[in-house]
Write a protein that binds this ligand. Structure first.
Ligand code: JFZ
Length: 414
C-alpha cells in the first residue's frame, strides 16, 4: 500500500498544479499551425527544431507574473499545496540553474527566478510547495529522452550526472522545504537509476515526498493517469492530476472549460474514494493566469471554504450500495458528510445502519431534525430535514455524527 508517511499529504485533498514554461509563449500555435494536443508538448508534436524553440526564451518576459497573488489565490481557493513545473520536458529551468544556462534567469529578458518567487510567497501564506521535474525527457539536451524520437544514440547516464542529479540537488538545497518532487514519464529509467533519484532526494530532505511517476514502483503515492479517477475507493495515498480544460500548458484556443459544479463533483468524488485532487492552471507568457481559471476556482473555492470540514482530513469511504443522483458521501471518524449537489427538502438515505447522534448543516453549524428507522423492506433509513431557506440551494453539506467510528453500510436485499 502506498504510504507517504506525511500526514499533511493524507489530509490535503486539494492542491494546485502550475504548468508554466516557454511553451506558454506559443500558446498552442507555431507558425500558423495549431496543436490539437496538450500545449506543453508543442515542440514535440509540431517537430520544432531545438535552435528555433530556444529562441522563445528571448520572448519570455512575464512582467505580469505575481507569485504572491497566485499563492494568495490558491490559499483562498482552499488548496493545501502547490506543485510547480520547475523543469518540464522542454528542458527549460524556471530557476537560476548552475547546470545549464537554458534557464529563466540567464536566457530571458525577464531575468528573475520564478521558483524563488514562488518559494517566498508560499512561505508568506504557509503553503506547501513541491516541484515537477522531468527526470528523463529533456528535449533540449542530446542525452535526454526524446531529444530525438530515436533514443538509441543518447547517453542517459551522462544526462543524469550532468543535469538531472545536480538540478535536483539545486532545487532541494536552494529553495527551502520541498514538499514533494513530482517526477514524470520515467521512460527507460532503470530501477537502479530511480533508486538513485529517491536516495538523492531523501538524503537532502528526508520528508520530501517522491511522486508515483518516479517509475519502477518506487513512488510513495499512486499517481493516476491524467484526469483518470479510480472507479472504486483506493487504499493508501494517491492523487489525480487534472486539468480545468484540455491542456496543462496555456493554449489560447482551448475553451473547453469544466464548470464549477463539475469540478466540485470531481473533487468530492476523488476525496470520497480517498484521493487528492491536483488541479492545474497554465499561466500565459505574460504571467497572467487565464481569467476563466480564476473564475472557476473562485466559485469552487466558495464551496470548499464553507464546507471545509467535509473535505480536509476526510478518509476513504467504503463501498456504499447506492449511487446518489443528488449527492456524495465523505467521512471522518464518527462523522459522515453528505454533500448535497441538488435542491432538496430533505435528504433520505437507505442502507446506512449507523446510530445518529446529531445532524447539522456544515456551512453554518445549524442543528437539523432527523429521523432514523427501518423501512417496510427491513433496511435502515435516515431522513434529515433541510431548513426552508436551503430548499432551493445546491452545493452544501450535512454532517451526521455517528455512535460508530465508521459508516455501517448494509447490503441491498429484497
Ligand atoms: C505527463 C506530461 O507528459 C504532461 O505534459 C503533463 O505534465 C502531465 C501532468 O504529465 O503526461 C502524462 C504522464 C503519464 C500519464 C499520462 C500523462 N499516465 O501515466 O497515464
Amino acid at each position: 500500500m502506498y504510504d507517504t508517511k506525511q500526514q499533511w499529504f493524507k489530509d490535503a485533498k486539494y492542491g494546485l498544479f502550475i504548468h508554466w514554461g516557454l511553451y506558454s509563449v506559443l500558446a498552442g500555435e507555431y507558425q500558423g499551425k495549431r496543436t490539437d494536443r496538450i500545449a506543453e508538448w508543442i515542440m514535440n508534436h509540431l517537430n520544432i527544431p531545438v535552435e528555433e524553440y530556444e529562441k522563445l526564451a528571448k520572448q519570455f518576459n512575464p512582467v505580469d507574473f505575481d507569485a504572491d497573488a497566485i499563492v494568495k489565490k490558491a490559499k483562498s481557493w482552499g488548496m493545501k499545496y502547490i506543485v510547480f513545473t520547475a523543469k518540464h520536458h522542454e528542458g527549460f529551468a524556471m530557476w537560476d540553474s548552475r547546470c545549464s544556462d537554458y534557464n529563466v534567469v540567464k536566457a530571458t529578458p525577464y531575468g528573475r527566478d520564478i521558483v524563488k518567487q514562488l518559494r517566498e510567497a508560499c512561505d508568506k501564506y504557509d503553503m506547501k510547495l513541491g516541484f515537477y521535474y522531468s527526470q528523463a525527457q529533456d528535449w533540449h539536451d542530446p542525452d535526454g529522452y526524446m531529444y530525438t524520437k530515436d533514443n538509441s544514440q543518447k547517453n542517459y547516464r551522462a544526462y543524469l550526472e550532468r543535469i538531472c542529479f545536480p538540478q535536483l540537488r539545486e532545487l532541494l538545497t536552494g529553495y527551502g522545504e520541498v514538499a514533494l518532487i513530482w517526477f514524470d514519464t520515467p521512460m527507460g529509467t532503470t530501477a537502479e537509476e530511480s533508486r538513485e533519484m529517491v536516495e538523492l532526494v531523501k538524503s537532502i530532505q528526508p520528508n520530501c515526498i517522491v511522486s508515483g511517476r518516479i517509475g519502477n514502483g518506487l513512488g510513495e503515492y499512486m499517481t493516476t493517469g491524467d484526469n483518470f479517477i479510480p472507479r472504486l475507493p483506493f487504499e493508501g495515498d494517491w492523487e489525480v492530476p487534472a486539468t480545468l480544460n484540455d491542456t496543462w500548458g496555456y493554449n489560447k484556443y482551448d475553451n473547453n472549460w469544466k464548470s464549477p459544479d463539475e469540478i466540485i463533483h470531481l473533487l468530492v468524488k476523488i476525496n470520497s474514494r480517498g484521493g487528492n485532487y491536483l488541479l492545474n492552471i497554465g499561466p500565459k507568457a505574460t504571467g497572467e493566469v487565464p481569467q476563466e481559471s480564476i473564475q472557476i476556482l473562485d466559485t469552487v473555492g466558495e464551496y470548499v471554504n464553507s464546507n471545509e470540514e467535509a473535505i480536509f482530513g476526510t478518509k476513504r469511504v467504503g463501498i456504499y450500495a447506492y449511487e446518489l443522483d443528488w449527492g456524495m458521501l465523505t467521512r471522518k471518524d464518527y462523522r459522515i458528510y453528505v454533500h448535497v449537489f441538488k435542491p432538496r427538502i430533505r435528504i433520505e438515505l437507505l442502507n446506512i445502519g449507523n446510530k445518529i447522534k446529531r445532524a447539522y448543516l456544515v456551512p453554518d453549524g445549524r442543528e437539523l431534525k432527523f429521523e432514523t428507522g427501518i423501512t417496510c423492506e427491513g433496511c435502515s433509513m435516515i431522513e434529515v430535514e433541510i431548513p426552508d431557506d436551503y430548499h432551493d440551494r445546491k452545493n452544501y453539506s450535512v454532517c451526521l455524527e455517528t455512535e460508530e467510528a465508521e459508516p455501517v453500510f448494509e447490503p441491498i436485499v429484497s
